[in-house]
Design a protein around this ligand. Sequence first.
Ligand SMILES: O=C(CO)[C@H](O)[C@H](O)COP(=O)(O)O
Length: 262
Amino acid sequence: MTGELSPIDKAKFVAAKRAADFVEDGMRVGLGTGSTAAWLVRCLGEMVRDEGLKFKGVPTSTRTAELAREVGIEVISLDEAKWLDLTIDGADEFDTDLNLIKGGGGALLQEKIVATASDQMVVITDAGKEVETLGAFPLPVEVIPFGWQTTHALIEETLISMDVLGRSATLRMNGDRPYITDEGNHILDLHLQRIGNPRQLALVMNQMPGVVENGLFIDICDTVVIGYGDGRVEVRDINEGTVEHDRLDFVETDNLFTDLTD
Ligand SMILES: O=C(CO)[C@H](O)[C@H](O)COP(=O)(O)O
């Protein structure tokens, strides 16, 4: 079955599978959104079913909530959990300080709230998302629909005044309609090429009326699990650097993958 997977999908899968081992009995765990996070949810569902793993999951989107319930994970809200031991989520870009761009899948608001409410955030990713400087991936900014065009103009003016490269913002679409987030908002994607000072940009964005949240995750991620298409996995910690190089046995993952997709 893995023969049909692209190298990137294999990389996402092995990263998710390794990160599932971070989840222990009794934990409250934030469950991210996106294709890599979906692998994680499926792996955790297998562990609940086959190994009797007992934990509670707090999903970061309606998509993830549906999948988690489908695979047998006990789902609770963040308000029920109050504080989480761990969040595991994907990312669109990460740099050497483990700062991130997230929101390519449109769930950045819940993702940031959930990750911030966690003792540890683990990002699962393929190696292609590592960058020296954030910004090649368009930065998602969630804005309320009321007056979004005014907010859009304000953002572009601000980017010019900050002398940020790129500077154009486009409204994310879903077919011929604006994309609507789980919170009923729109997303503006900022095409910046290079974000010289992500910390400053994140603060400036969130001060603008109409902006709900931006996709820069600064000082939130503690650990990155990087998967490679040949089954190799690297675990990098914010304090200790690379703490593990491993290779998942594809015979084992082949079986798991087949089980998961049956
Ligand atoms: O931030 C996200 C969703 O809002 C995702 O984590 C990010 O877009 C990565 O997605 P994928 O795992 O599908 O590559």
